[in-house]
Design a protein around this ligand. Structure first.
Ligand code: BES
Ligand code: MN
Ligand code: ZN
Length: 520
């Protein structure tokens, strides 16, 4: 994680713009928001003083109408002690989806994308149209932080133009009516920004650095936040009978691991009779640190993307980080299966039959359908050991989900309508959208095997659905949802709040699910 962004909230009254004495020193930018016809809010007008007239004139000649996603820039405006004034349009012709609550996060990201090389920034956050509340101001900060994320760990050379002018540190003051009220919301948003950016880091890391043991070591660092982290090695998993997970990893010189993270935000009641802690909720992630396909090897073109085949596990770690940092009042299990899928003299072969922890046997027709094998054992383990209220798993499971939904929605597969509705709602609110796909016995039948209890693939058609059916065979009555994030977790198109290959998809979605329905 690079790019240090320091954000603070100040009062409108405390915005002080001093004309710069020397020509050197950090470059400063003032940001104001404009509504329809470039109208400014009260606080912006007061802060701009006489320069407000300048803005009106410039807007007229530049035909700037204050439309959302448009900006107008004034360099070294006379009478204002800043190097640059950035006027950001916010007026939306069409009213936004009333369910969507990601508007201010996106605005923050949009502004961050326009800041360029300024080292000191003041954003005057008044509303030219309507009102802003404290949560929206905190959302603006979240958007700034998400957009500022860059993964530059392995860049040892800077471009000459960056060397001279890229500020090492950026300080942003957001001016609001009541900074004290906004500051109360800040820790939770910081936690979320950090959680998303951590997930992005994990997805972006190459597989020679981030292999199962190293991934587990990074997850272990959550202990600093009060998360209990247990790492199961190969021997421990052999003892549990996790033949499916271990079969995937057996062709790699990198040993497999499973990590269970526990955040108990609801301490057990003190009275003896009620000493049992409340049942946890559980999140489970596919952590294939690299997926070559194994003996059913993938084509060379684009195979480098398979370093991101652990995006589900990355999301779970980022989420646990966020929940623990903001001390969420909930008991949560995060469990990830970490393997590397390699072709090798010891790799599993097509036709091999493995025994899962559940006792069910699987004929491995295609070694590239490995994610479901890993999840089968982790789902079974979590369900039996922790008896969670629900399980949500995330996995970059099938290329077919990209064919069906592209990069816009993740596929949602579930045995439970309430959980599905809650996930769909959280998706609308955060912009991390999910679309429910069908399941049923006819699809399940496609997994029948001649030699074992099931095959690990279903045939040409409905590839994402048969993958989900496979997972469901390892879930009993526990409410469960599977999110296929092959399209959303990596290789994401740039957006206002993300310019990273690894998007950190799902952290905001699931944090929201927890906050809205499972905290008390
Ligand atoms: N990790 C891949 C799925 C994937 C594809 C993720 C593209 C991200 C982008 C998964 O393990 C896989 O290889 N799935 C196969 C399943 C097939 C063999 C039934 C696939 O989708 O082709
Ligand atoms: Mn695969
Ligand atoms: Zn895979």
């Amino acid at each position: 994680m690079s790019h240090v962004l320091d954000v603070d909230f100040i009062s409108f009254k405390d915005v002080k713009l001093a004309p710069k004495a020397a020509k050197t020193g950090p470059s400063t930018t003032l940001v104001v928001l404009a509504g329809a016809d470039a109208a400014l809010g009260k606080a912006s007008k007061a802060i701009l003083g006489e320069a407000a007239g300048l803005v009106a004139k410039a807007a007229h000649s530049a035909q700037f109408k204050g439309a959302a996603k448009s900006t107008m820039e004034l360099l070294a405006p006379q009478g204002l002690g800043v190097d640059r004034l950035l006027v950001v349009g916010t007026h939306q012709k069409k009213k936004a989806d009333p369910q969507a609550q990601d508007g201010l996060i996106n605005l923050g990201g949009f502004i961050q994308g326009k800041l360029g090389r300024a080292a000191k920034v003041v954003i005057v956050f008044d509303a030219p149209e309507g009102e802003h509340d404290a949560a929206q101001a905190a959302d603006l900060m979240l958007g700034l932080k998400l957009r500022a994320y860059k993964f530059e760990t392995y860049k040892t050379k800077k471009k000459p133009e960056d060397e001279a002018s890229e500020p090492a540190k950026v300080h942003i003051d957001i001016a609001v009516a009541n900074p004290a009220e906004v500051r109360r919301q800040v820790p939770a948003r910081q936690a979320l920004a950090h959680g998303v950016n951590l997930a992005r880091d994990l997805v972006n890391e190459p597989a020679n650095i981030l292999y199962p043991v190293e991934f587990a070591r990074r997850a272990k660092q959550l202990e600093k936040l009060g998360v209990k982290v247990e790492i199961l090695d190969v021997k421990a998993m052999q003892k549990l009978g996790m033949g499916a997970l271990l079969g995937v990893g057996q062709g790699s010189v990198r040993e497999s691991r499973m990590v269970v993270m526990r955040w108990n935000g609801l301490p057990a009641a003190r009275t003896k009779s009620k000493s049992e802690a409340k049942a946890p909720i559980a999140f489970i992630g596919k952590g294939v640190c690299f997926d070559t396909g194994g003996i059913s090897i993938k084509p060379a073109g684009g195979m480098e993307d398979m370093k991101g085949d652990m995006a589900g596990a990355a999301c779970v770690v980022g989420l646990m980080h966020a929940l623990a940092s903001r001390k969420a009042k909930v008991n949560v299990i995060g469990a990830i299966g970490l393997v590397e899928n390699m072709p090798d003299g010891n790799a599993q072969r097509p036709g091999d039959i493995v025994k899962t922890m559940s006792g069910q046997t699987v004929e491995v027709i295609n070694t590239d359908a490995e994610g479901r094998l890993v999840l089968a054992d982790v789902l079974w383990y979590v369900q039996h050991k922790y008896k969670p209220t629900f399980m949500v798993n995330l996995a970059t499971l099938t290329g077919a989900i990209l064919v069906a939904l592209g990069k816009e929605y993740a596929g949602l597969f579930s045995n439970n309508d309430e959980l599905s509705a809650r996930l769909t709602g959280a998706g609308q609110a955060t912009g991390e959208k999910v679309w429910r796909m069908p399941m049923g016995p006819a699809y399940d039948k496609m997994l029948e095997s001649q030699f074992a209890d099931m095959k690990n693939i279903g045939g040409r058609n409905a590839g994402s659905i048969t993958a989900a059916q496979f997972l469901q065979r390892f879930v009993n009555d526990t409410p469960w949802a599977h999110l296929d994030i092959a399209g959303t977790g990596m290789g994401s198109p740039s957006s206002d709040i993300n310019s990273s290959w690894g998007s950190g998809w799902g952290v905001r979605l699931l944090d929201r699910l927890v906050a809205d329905h499972y905290e008390n």
